[in-house]
Design a protein around this ligand. Structure first.
Ligand SMILES: C[S@@+](CC[C@H](N)C(=O)[O-])C[C@H]1O[C@@H](n2cnc3c(N)ncnc32)[C@H](O)[C@@H]1O
Length: 328
């Protein structure tokens, strides 16, 4: 992935909020020295790429996501699609309101291109957001305009943040794509303060295992992202009318459409042809490229929540996902 040459508008490469970050090695404070963040105690240094601090190697297991989100920087942002799809999803799943979030600190884990970052920033919350991949640069280009956004590149497993410091924790579309889902789930809670609220989703097992992409992914995940993307970009728009046609068949339609390995988004009622095509290519690639995809059963989520001794939680099914939300 080629990075932008300079920080996008709104992103200050001096990282004025760097006092909120911590050294990964010794947990001391960091300060900006030229194009790096440097630890005030142990002198560890972290690069600042185009205005975004980076705490992981530039290349890692999520490179396909970096590619995908930089190709589709705007596709799913409400401000681009002219819809409220992302906003409705956050508010419905979490049960949070803009008034509750306003002025509060929110940690968003695995933000991708920032469709939900935009929604959270619009509430007036102080949003700290990160992703392990170069998707952070797509997010910065789209959401750098929000003065209440702090953005960096890091892994959930090792965050440069003080523990128990956030009022809200939000993570959508991420944990099934990590190497150790239980560890990922539990690691995020370290940063939520006692009494803080959380909302996390995950692909639901066993239903997600019955999808035809599961037959293809062992092969497609080995194809370099740019090559796989050009295959998907070529084939998904051709398969889309077939999948749409099958889904119109009375009663059996949704099951028949699932036999065609292309994302249709029928349930979203997208109108414009270009939008339908872009969402289809993006999500078909998103099905086929991830190195890891491990859907989880409801009981396992409940067990992890019990292990963490959360004050309250509930698990709900939303189409092919489980959403777990509650209070730490
Ligand atoms: C399917 S995308 C979802 C992005 C965004 N939350 C959304 O719903 O549009 C999954 C994201 O998780 C990120 N990710 C995977 N493992 C991660 C980790 N260990 N730490 C942080 N982000 C991670 C990927 O880079 C990718 O952008």
């Amino acid at each position: 992935m080629t990075l932008p040459k300079q920080a996008p508008p709104g992103i200050d490469p001096q990282i004025p909020w760097c006092s909120e970050l911590r050294c990964l090695r010794c947990r001391a404070s960091l300060r900006t020295v030229q194009s790096e963040l440097v630890c005030e105690t142990c002198a560890a240094a972290y690069p600042i790429d185009c205005g975004i601090p980076r705490f992981v190697p530039a290349d890692n297991y999520a490179d396909g996501f970096g590619y995908q989100w930089n190709r589709h920087r705007l596709t799913q942002l409400d401000s681009h699609s002219g819809t409220t799809i992302s906003r409705d999803r956050v508010m419905k799943a979490s049960g949070w309101t803009a008034e509750q979030l306003h002025g509060k600190s929110v940690l968003e884990c695995g933000s991708g291109a920032g469709r939900f970052t935009e929604v959270l920033c619009e509430t007036g919350a102080i949003v700290t957001s990160f992703d392990i991949s170069s998707a952070v640069h797509a997010n910065a280009a789209s959401n750098g305009r929000f003065p209440n956004l702090r953005l960096f590149q890091a892994s959930i497993y090792d965050l440069p943040l003080p523990e128990e410091s956030f009022d809200f924790l939000f993570c959508f579309g991420v944990i099934q794509h990590t190497p150790d889902v239980e560890r990922t789930f539990k690691a995020m809670f370290r940063y939520l303060r006692p009494g803080g609220r959380f909302c996390i989703d995950v692909y639901a097992a066993p239903i997600s295992y019955l999808h035809p992409r599961q037959l293809l992914r062992p092969l497609t995940k080995r194809i370099p992202p740019a090559r796989l993307y050009s295959i998907v970009d070529e084939t998904a728009p051709k398969l889309l009318p077939l999948a749409m046609g099958l889904s119109d068949v009375p009663v059996a339609g949704p099951c028949l459409a699932r036999l065609v390995p292309v994302a249709t988004h029928r349930h979203l009622n997208l109108r414009d042809k270009r939008t339908i095509r872009d969402w289809s290519v993006l999500d078909t690639f998103d099905w086929l490229a991830p190195r890891y995809e491990r859907p989880q059963p409801r009981r396992r989520l409940q067990r992890w929540a019990m292990d963490l001794r959360l004050r309250s939680f509930r698990v709900e099914r939303h189409r092919g996902l489980y959403v777990i939300r509650g209070v730490k």
